[in-house]
Ligand binder design. Structure first.
Ligand SMILES: [Mg+2]
Length: 286
């Protein structure tokens, strides 16, 4: 095995080829889920942190011309900002697309009066669930609540989730719910990571995008991708994404590879522009 093969042994050959092709696009946007993709999953969401190798590769990517990086998470924007360390020049999308910080000064979630009313009904219903299932951890989000059951015995988690679905569904008509890994989320605003990807594409004017995600809610983002984009499922589970890596370690390899390929491509573009300038000077002397 060569040194190069060892460094990228978590990347399947077809993905390697797709990444090299992606690196040659004119405006690149790299969008990444946070938990389970950059950060290994942990019992306490507040303790999740990116793998340092992925963090470093993201710093390299955002320093390049015509290259943007966005984190697209189910976390509330503030929570995403805290755990990600809010890396400079990285765009942040929270609450599955209900909250944005795209560096243009417009931050936060906009809710209608009806949605605000639904949010207070939802709060009441969530308090009811927690009084019956005190081991469930509640995360408040700007447009809803997430009920975390990670680390609880399977039957306790199941009972709590069933109770939550039934009681909250009855109490708050129109509430949307989505199940993730050991989490059940309720929101009064309809938004998906697919909406987030569409908005991101418009904002960055990307000619091609990469999206990597590990959970069921990431399927909306994969489905919103277009020909020439690259969708990467991280870990087990069925997916519409054509590419797959096994772990957050493999994500680090993938991002390092992409950063290197992108840098080399841009250096090549800059060098050929210099050659073109030099030859036009050489021939333009009359
Ligand atoms: Mg995730």
């Amino acid at each position: 095995m060569t040194e190069q093969e060892r460094r990228f042994d978590g990347i399947p050959a077809d993905l390697l080829e797709a990444l090299r092709r992606l690196a040659r696009t004119s405006e690149l946007t790299v969008a990444l889920d946070f938990d389970g993709v950059l950060a290994p999953l942990v019992d306490r969401p507040s303790e999740a942190r990116s793998r340092p190798e992925s963090e470093q590769a993201i710093r390299e990517l955002v320093a390049l011309k015509a290259t943007k990086v966005a984190l697209v998470s189910g976390r509330a924007l503030e929570s995403l900002r805290t755990v990600s360390g809010s890396p400079e020049n990285v765009l942040l999308i929270g609450s599955h697309g209900a909250e944005y910080d795209l560096g243009d000064g417009r931050v936060g979630a906009a809710m209608t009066a009806e949605e605000r009313r639904a949010l207070s009904e939802l709060e009441h219903a969530v308090l009811g669930v927690v009084s019956r299932h005190p081991d469930v951890r509640v995360e408040q989000k700007p447009t809803g609540y997430a009920l975390h059951t990670r680390g609880l015995p399977h039957d306790v988690a199941q009972q709590a989730q069933r109770d939550a679905s039934r009681s909250i569904g009855n109490a708050v008509p129109g509430v949307t719910s989505r199940a993730g890994k050991d989490v059940l989320e309720f929101s009064v605003v309809r938004s998906t990571k697919g909406d987030a990807m569409q908005r991101l594409r418009l904002h960055t004017a990307a000619t091609s995008m990469l999206y990597a995600g590990d959970d069921v809610t990431d399927e909306d983002a994969f489905a919103a991708l277009e020909p020439g984009d690259v969708a990467v499922k991280v870990g087990q589970g069925s997916s519409v994404a054509p590419f797959r890596v096994r772990s957050t370690e493999d994500v680090s390899q993938m991002l390092r590879l992409l950063a290197g390929a992108r840098r080399n491509h841009l250096l090549g573009v800059a060098a050929s522009a210099r050659v073109a300038r030099a030859s036009s000077v050489g021939f333009g002397g009359e």
